[in-house]
Design a protein around this ligand. Structure first.
Ligand code: GTP
Ligand code: MG
Length: 327
């Protein structure tokens, strides 16, 4: 039997060489392992984490159907044309198993497949109880450790985990589409403020100018993006009208992303953002560990605790602490 340490070294070497099989194997491990994982798993992902941190991570979020996947594809092509390698992670909220999601994205991202400077991974949210953020972050780490220059992360801007994932990128694009109606725009209200750049998609459509001017209006009315009080060099989010269909605005968007990265590096904002991301990841890890501890407690102890909380003979916090002690 082969030595587990050798297998790990082999996998790490494969990732370093950007071998698609090694990358995919590590990603499956990230998705399937129990939250905190075995010691061997933790050591492996600790090494991946050490090697990550140099890619330009770009989060794309927006309501369902706003054109995120199409934009990811257009951006990836543009980055490739500039000679940069691109990793793509798409979190698919609707697909119950990743098989379907991968197939769907393969079809759409068809012209990118076969290019070894691009790696595409879809992840399903359904069934990922609690561990979605960790699985996704580690998937991004793997691409980062593999040396991809740019990593595009697509999440639907609905639900805290998904928004957190987008926010954990160095640059955040919020994609808005014309004609999606007021309800949907309302869902988005909380998401708009995390944008470093506002992208209006589908500007080949006649009604797109309305969306563009609405967003521009919001920016002048005080939607300031993620600037901090007292910051020396602030970043003013802009609205970029685009169409993946005609190619309008894509070059401008790439230029603006480069400018944003430069801004992060020169203003000190990159360090601040990375510190916040580190904090978020530790807190998410703590939640995962706590949830796993409670879930791992004895069945009878759990039954008694849930019953006690339901009957109000014990409060939820005391019950959770008790279960964690005993697991
Ligand atoms: N006219 C026009 N349609 C577009 C454009 N970009 C995307 N679409 C269409 O908008 C629909 C949704 O596009 P997607 O890229 O799948 O949107 P999404 O935000 O990834 O969708 P979900 O992942 O399901 O939330 C598709 O039917 C696209 O063909 C564009 O530039 N112009
Ligand atoms: Mg999509």
């Amino acid at each position: 039997m082969s030595n587990p340490a050798n297998k790990t070294t082999e996998l790490l070497d494969g990732i370093k060489a950007r071998n698609p099989r090694s990358i995919a194997r590590a990603m499956s491990l990230a998705e399937s392992r129990a939250d905190a994982g075995s010691k061997g798993d933790r050591d492996f992902f600790a090494e991946i984490y050490r090697r990550a941190g140099s890619a330009h991570t770009i989060g794309l979020t927006g309501v369902p159907g706003s054109g995120k996947s199409t934009m990811v594809q257009a951006l990836a092509k543009k980055f490739r044309a500039l000679g940069r390698t691109v990793g793509i992670v798409a979190i698919d909220p609707s697909s119950p198993f990743s098989g379907g999601a991968i197939l769907g994205d393969r079809v759409r991202m068809g012209d990118l497949s076969g290019d070894d400077g691009v790696f595409i991974r879809s992840m399903a949210t359904r069934g990922a109880l609690g561990g979605l953020t960790r699985g996704c972050m580690e998937t991004v780490d793997i691409l980062d450790a593999a040396g991809f220059d740019v990593i595009l992360i697509e999440t639907v801007g609905v639900g805290q985990d998904e928004v957190d994932i987008a926010r954990a990128a160095l640059s955040v694009l919020v994609v808005s589409a014309p004609g999606l109606g007021d309800d949907i725009q309302a869902i988005k209200a909380g998401v708009l403020e995390i944008a470093d750049i506002h992208v209006v998609s589908k500007c080949d459509r006649k009604d797109s100018h309305k969306t563009v001017s609405e967003l521009k209006g919001m920016l002048t009315m005080g939607l300031t993006g993620r600037n901090r009080p007292g910051q020396k060099h602030s970043w003013k989010p802009e609205v970029i009208p685009t169409s993946a269909q005609t190619g309008q605005g894509i070059e401008e968007l790439v230029t603006m992303l480069d400018q944003h990265l430069k801004h992060l590096n020169t203003s000190g904002e990159r360090a601040t953002r990375q510190q916040e991301i580190a904090e978020m990841r530790v807190l998410k890890a703590a939640e995962d560990i706590a949830r796993q501890r409670v879930a791992g407690a004895q069945e009878t102890a759990k039954d008694n605790a849930f019953k006690g909380v339901n009957e109000r003979t014990i409060d939820p916090y005391s019950a959770a602490l008790e279960l964690m002690k005993n697991s």
